[in-house]
Design a protein around this ligand. Structure first.
Ligand SMILES: C[S@@+](CC[C@H](N)C(=O)[O-])C[C@H]1O[C@@H](n2cnc3c(N)ncnc32)[C@H](O)[C@@H]1O
Length: 257
């Protein structure tokens, strides 16, 4: 599945706020090494260098297009980017801060990765991640319902995951505590006020709708989007000040005991 850095950069302000709400809870002072897993186009990874100018900071992403966009921007010497799969990544020995913002939901079984990282991290190291908690929101329910309909079932069977995409905050908290961390887990529902026509469709095109678009021929994808946009307009009606799009997110920040 291909990622499009320019598409993802739309709504940058709304998409970046959870990153700062997440990393604001990391109390590390002088980390030696910081890694951002699923770093996307890298602008938020660069903010980690602003926060810890003496750390070596690495962004890792499986999308070559994202890493090309990240590497093209001018950057300080202590910031680098690499193409890689989170599932195959292991923490370097001097890692003091591990961040992953809005990426682990793409990895089935990432809970096992969290346990593996926990045993590899040294005492005092920080692990902070954020995942969307909106798989039961109308935007996802409508997408799955349409994908399962008689028109689309044969083309889209198995393309959209749901139940196992993310855990609930209490489950992450239990996992982290059992894995040897002091941990903080919480959730926030942001009320984004989006502008323009079909803004919720525009939003999901950059993320949740990508597996559907990747599975269909261009003409089919347009047909799917037309039908889906119609349903979204009813679920998220435009108001006098824009379209309100509630977005629940789950956060965990933990420190190895
Ligand atoms: C929603 S974007 C988040 C980007 C960035 N962290 C941010 O907050 O803006 C998800 C990113 O995760 C990356 N990703 C998804 N699965 C991955 C995997 N298995 N290994 C590495 N990166 C992955 C995608 O390429 C994409 O750039």
């Amino acid at each position: 599945m291909k990622w499009d850095p320019s598409k993802y950069a739309e709504f940058a302000d709304y998409r970046s706020r959870p990153f700062f709400d997440l990393t604001g809870r990391i109390a590390a002072e002088e980390p030696r090494r910081v890694v951002d897993l699923g770093c996307g186009p890298g602008s938020l990874t660069a903010a980690l260098v602003d926060r810890w100018p003496r750390a070596r900071v690495t962004g890792l992403d499986s999308s070559a297009a994202m890493i090309a966009a990240a590497s093209a921007a001018s950057r300080p010497q202590n910031l680098d980017f690499e193409v890689g799969d989170i599932a195959a990544w292991t923490p370097p020995e001097d890692l003091d801060v591990l961040v992953s913002n809005a990426a682990l939901q793409w990895l089935p079984g990432h809970q096992d990765l969290l346990r593996a990282w926990a045993s590899a991290l040294g005492s005092g190291a920080w692990l902070a991640f954020q995942v969307p908690g909106n798989f039961s929101a109308p935007s996802h329910v409508l997408m799955r319902r349409q994908a399962a309909s008689s028109r689309w079932h044969s083309r889209l069977d198995g393309v959209l995951r749901h139940e196992d995409a993310v855990s609930e905050p209490a489950d992450y908290l239990a996992l982290l505590l059992e894995a040897g961390f002091d941990a903080d887990a919480w959730e926030t529902t942001y009320l984004h006020v989006l502008q323009g026509s079909d803004p919720v469709l525009e939003w999901v095109r950059g993320t949740g709708l990508r597996p559907v678009l990747a599975a269909l021929e261009p003409q089919e994808a347009s047909e799917f989007e037309r039908e889906y946009a119609e349903a979204l307009r009813h679920a998220y009606p435009a108001g006098p000040h824009g379209t309100v799009f509630p977005f629940r997110r789950i956060f965990c920040v933990a420190r190895k005991r």
